[in-house]
Ligand binder design. Structure first.
Ligand SMILES: CC(C)(COP(=O)(O)OP(=O)(O)OC[C@H]1O[C@@H](n2cnc3c(N)ncnc32)[C@H](O)[C@@H]1OP(=O)(O)O)[C@@H](O)C(=O)NCCC(=O)NCCS
Length: 200
């Protein structure tokens, strides 16, 4: 892991030409169920997030920082569950920098439980977030990630996110990521003018 390397930013600059959800849901492996948030999901979501190298979560923190916040959209947290007790094994959340935001959404808390990775479950929940933002009239969606989260970056590229260059190291980091992924798709970086000291 590269603690000294700046995190990466990506953006889907528009919400046109989204792949339809139906074939993606139809292609989920047997036994997996796709749904939106229900009150009480915090415990299962917390357990899931704690497997994602995205900080340490407790149910209280999940309530304080996510589901209890005004910008939490209960129809924008998508979960994939398994089994009769509906264990949460995949998540992605439509998030906002603040409640008043109406144009630029954030893809947040993308995670799949380790035993269930390798089945492209994250693609379905991430695509659902894009559809949710389009339904709400948003123009674009951003996300933050890291250059060592190669599986996540591949899914984001497949979904039409582009690299955002906002740090002097970003072009080099992206060159390496694209090489490691052997990504042959079109890359059109979004260049943001941000001072290197404040960019991360
Ligand atoms: C990111 C994450 C959600 C993806 O889970 P998933 O939906 O099971 O994704 P997959 O494992 O099916 O991987 C998606 C693609 O990336 C590829 N991939 C995965 N890891 C890779 C790696 N280290 N190098 C290259 N490609 C990789 C897979 O082969 C797959 O491509 P393919 O379908 O063409 O074969 C999961 O790895 C995870 O929860 N990680 C920890 C949390 C995290 O990093 N979240 C993102 C925060 S920004």
């Amino acid at each position: 892991m590269s603690e000294q390397r700046p995190s990466l930013r990506m953006m889907r600059p528009d919400l046109e030409r989204l792949p339809p959800m139906e074939p993606v849901l139809a292609a989920l492996p047997a036994g997996y169920t796709f749904r939106t948030y229900r009150p009480g999901d915090e415990a299962g979501w917390t357990t899931l997030m704690n497997t994602g190298e995205m900080g340490t979560w407790t149910v209280e923190r999940t309530l304080d920082e996510l589901t209890g916040r005004p910008q939490f959209d209960r129809d924008g947290l998508f979960l994939i569950t398994v089994g009769p007790d509906e264990q949460a094994v995949g998540s992605a959340c439509a998030w906002l920098p603040d409640y008043a935001e109406t144009e630029t959404g954030i893809l947040h808390m993308v995670c799949v439980l380790p035993d269930h990775r390798g089945k492209r479950l994250s693609y379905a929940v991430c695509l659902a977030v894009l559809h949710r933002f389009r339904q709400r009239g948003f123009r674009r969606v951003t996300l933050s990630t890291n250059d060592w989260r190669l599986g996540a970056v591949k899914v984001y590229l497949e979904l039409g996110y582009q690299p955002v260059y906002r740090h002097p190291m970003h072009p080099q980091q992206w060159q390496e990521v694209i090489q490691k992924l052997q990504w042959a798709g079109q890359i059109v970086p979004v260049v943001e003018q941000v001072g290197a000291a404040s960019a991360s």
